[in-house]
Design a protein around this ligand. Structure first.
Ligand code: ZN
Length: 513
């Protein structure tokens, strides 16, 4: 059976989802999980886009040893130099360079002739090849490009040393038959195509990203570019879990496989949702809350029916185990530390000590703590530092007669500050008070509450979306008390807005692929 190379771009294209920016510790944590999931290539970022991107790609390159680490770069010497500087310490570095090949992009965006695009491709791929053997070339907006010109560009890129050529449906415009034909055309009309791996990169604007990717795979592509939960620009990218489980479930029909450890799919999905603040829709294929919801009904019928009457995949195959290890108030430091290690956290002793204190506090309120609770604790306590604002104390009075009032104590850049304010409800009072204390004029675009595990005593997980001066951030907070969770989410959103302000990045249209 042929392997399909899984190229994960959650950290690069996924991060381009509005508000999904991640800080360096969060990216490192996600990269570690992606390595455990078994992706073949991990696109860590776009180092020339911002200093923050550079730092994250460099940190990932130093830490992740078992997976190819790719850096995105435009077809310019400066971008490629910057990309290479960030990944040169990786065990298996890959430079991924791209240029637009559609007439509309060449004319309006690049202001380059076809000949100039060919020349630029030749020079920059050759330059990238002088730095590493592992070079990927992408023809941005390939699906709207002239087919023969596209073949010519790929031929030149392969001659210049590209080992992977990628065919992006940048704007999510293709439909499956058409996209499969495009791939077949490139395969049949690019003379040296066998010297490179063909790849596709699809967007989900018409809900066809997974279908288009499969059509590409059937036409001979052996690398698929995907993201966890399908996050990404606009409607997102092809979702890793959908593609991988399609190949896994229908492997005899497709005669293909991947190297993904499918049991890590669900934990990875949870982690991405938690870090980015982008909630998975309940009816999402494979990882949505309802994806296996008929399970209870089948259990009621006991073993009388065969599970396979209704289930094409088993929940356990994607890592949704019902008998997960549970920790409680009697669990000791050793068991706690072991669980952190099993979840992929390699923390310093003082971090473990701090977390263990918080774990005990939480375990006093709830009988059982699941992996999701522990992940949430780490996200709250470890991944967020260094934050500019931190919640120290919150007291809220509300009810049918009182005017909702919040008293808040914050740490603002190392200084304690206290404030109080009113609102139309307890959460409004809390947000007003915090906004006044930090001098923020950010608007609240969205507010949502979720229970992260089942049961009345579940921790509340609050997500906020904030906007200020055109920048959008997502903030997330968890706590058994939803008003406290809301305050944490709001503060997290403000910290992320601050991060975005201090790390000005390339404009969206400069970093599309
Ligand atoms: Zn993309």
């Amino acid at each position: 059976m042929d392997h399909v190379i899984i190229f994960d771009t959650t950290l690069r294209d996924g991060e381009q989802s509005p508000g999904a920016s991640m800080n360096v510790p969060e990216k490192l944590r996600l990269a570690t999980q992606l390595e455990k999931l078994g992706v073949d290539v991990l696109e860590a970022g776009f180092p020339a886009a911002s200093p923050g991107d550079f730092e994250a790609v460099q940190a990932i390159s130093k830490k992740i040893r078992g997976v190819q680490v790719a850096a995105l770069a435009r077809t310019s010497k400066e971008d490629i130099e910057r990309g290479w500087a960030a990944i040169r310490d990786a065990a298996k570095p890959r430079i991924h360079t791209f240029i637009a090949t559609s007439d509309i992009h060449m004319k309006h965006k690049l202001k380059m002739s076809r000949d100039k695009v060919i020349q630029t491709t030749l020079e920059t791929v050759r330059y990238a090849k002088s730095l590493t053997d592992n070079v990927e070339f992408s023809a941005e907006d390939a699906s709207r490009s002239d087919r023969d010109f596209l073949c010519r560009v790929f031929e030149v890129a392969i001659d210049a040393g590209a080992t992977t050529v990628n065919i992006p449906d940048t704007v999510g415009y293709s439909i499956p038959d058409e996209f499969g034909e495009l791939v077949a055309y490139i395969r049949d009309h690019t003379p040296n195509i066998r010297k490179a791996v063909m790849s596709v990169h699809c967007h989900n604007d018409l809900g066809l990203a997974t279908a288009n990717t499969l059509a590409g795979v059937k036409a001979g592509v052996r690398q698929a570019e995907v993201t966890i939960n399908g996050v990404g620009e606009r409607a997102g990218n092809t979702s890793l879990e959908e593609l991988v489980m399609s190949i896994h479930t229908r492997s005899s029909l497709l005669d293909l496989c991947t190297r993904i450890n499918t049991r890590e799919i669900y934990p990875t999905s949870r982690l991405v949702s938690m870090i980015t603040g982008i909630i998975v829709q309940p009816n999402k294929a494979v990882v949505g809350a309802n994806a296996f919801a008929h399970e209870a009904g089948i259990h009621q019928d006991g073993v009388l029916k065969n599970r396979m009457t209704y289930e094409i995949m088993e929940p356990a195959t994607v890592g949704l185990d019902t008998n997960r290890l549970v920790l409680g108030k009697h669990s000791g430091r050793h068991a706690f530390r072991q669980r952190l290690n099993d979840l992929g956290y390699d923390l310093e002793k003082k971090e473990v000590d701090r977390l263990f204190g918080k774990f005990k506090e939480l375990a006093d309120k709830r009988k059982e703590l699941l992996d999701e609770d522990i992940e949430a604790l780490v996200a709250e306590e470890i991944l967020r530092i260094p934050d500019v604002y931190k919640l120290l104390y919150l007291n809220v009075v509300s009810g049918t007669v009182a005017v909702p009032t919040a008293t808040v104590k914050l740490m603002i850049e190392g200084q304690e500050a206290q404030g109080a304010g009113f609102g139309i409800g307890p959460i409004d009072a809390t947000f007003n008070t915090i906004a006044k204390m930090v001098g923020s004029s950010a608007g609240l675009l969205r507010f949502s509450v979720n229970a992260i595990t089942g049961g009345m005593d579940a921790q509340g997980e609050v997500t906020v979306r904030l906007q200020e001066n055109g920048l959008v951030s997502l903030g997330k907070g968890t706590d058994p008390d939803i008003i406290t969770a809301s305050a944490k989410a709001y503060i997290n959103g403000l910290n992320r807005l601050g991060y975005l302000k201090n790390n000005p990045s390339l404009k969206a249209e400069e970093r599309r692929l």
